[in-house]
Write a protein that binds this ligand. Structure first.
Ligand code: ZN
Length: 238
């Protein structure tokens, strides 16, 4: 089923919070909408939830701390590529692929950190990862911010971007009937900046780190699937 393409500039939101489970999701998932809203002078804040330090777990030359620092710098570079070099951002630095479990002190601290972000930003639009993305950090980041918004008593419009759903999602990961509505935006002039923003994540897109055969790398196919003329989201129906 095709849905009509919307112009992101017609979103009325004034204060936008984008939640990126890892540095690169902000570009892949919602780079185009942020580019358009940034050009309109809207207030944008990006929360990078995990440190991204688990993509090359066996690299002797890129231990976790070095990789996490590089990924933060890449996140900042990606925002600059989207014309968002000056926007607020929070690096929450939770452990990539190992976010704290519910009920643990670390989870309580993470929820407090997310609460602090939402209370500061007071968003009227939140760009969230898809609630049942096959990547666990994406689901955990959705839960964390969904709960933080509830606790803060905020009810912004939420749009959820899927990163891995169409590639590796199980049938139950997809929206259920009546649960969500597809919202698709025309990328337009954001295409080239979005592509540059994705490319800024060199640790994920280039064979920069070559001493870990188990390393994660974004494939051209994944990038092409997510960086095109349309940027799609799911909007909850209730
Ligand atoms: Zn991710």
């Amino acid at each position: 089923m095709t849905t009509p393409l919307l112009d992101p500039s017609r979103l009325e939101a004034r204060r936008i919070l984008a939640v990126a489970p890892h540095p690169d999701d902000e570009a892949l998932g919602c780079g185009a909408v942020m580019w358009h809203l940034g050009r309109l002078g809207r207030t944008i804040h990006v929360a990078f939830v995990t440190d991204g330090g688990a993509s090359h777990p066996n690299s002797p030359t890129w231990p976790r701390t070095r990789l996490a620092a590089a990924r933060e710098a890449e996140g900042a570079e990606a925002l600059a590529a989207l014309g968002l070099g000056e926007v607020g951002r929070t690096f929450m630095r939770l452990r990539d692929a190992d976010m704290p479990a519910e009920g643990t002190p670390d989870h309580i601290a993470a929820l407090e950190a997310a609460g602090s972000v939402v209370r500061d930003v007071r968003p009227d639009l939140v760009l969230l990862p898809w609630r049942r993305d096959p990547h666990r950090d994406h689901r955990d980041a959705w839960s964390l911010f969904r709960r933080a918004l509830n606790q803060a008593g905020l009810q912004p419009l939420t749009l959820e971007y899927a990163i891995w759903l169409d590639e590796i999602g199980a049938p139950g990961d997809h929206p259920k009937p009546g649960e969500m509505e597809r919202v698709s935006f025309a990328v337009g002039g954001a295409l080239a900046p979005k592509r540059r923003a994705v490319a800024a994540h060199r640790t994920q897109t280039e064979p920069l780190i070559h001493d870990d055969p188990t390393a994660f790398r974004l494939t051209e196919a994944t990038i092409d699937r997510l960086v095109g003329p349309v940027e799609s989201y799911w909007r909850p129906l209730s």
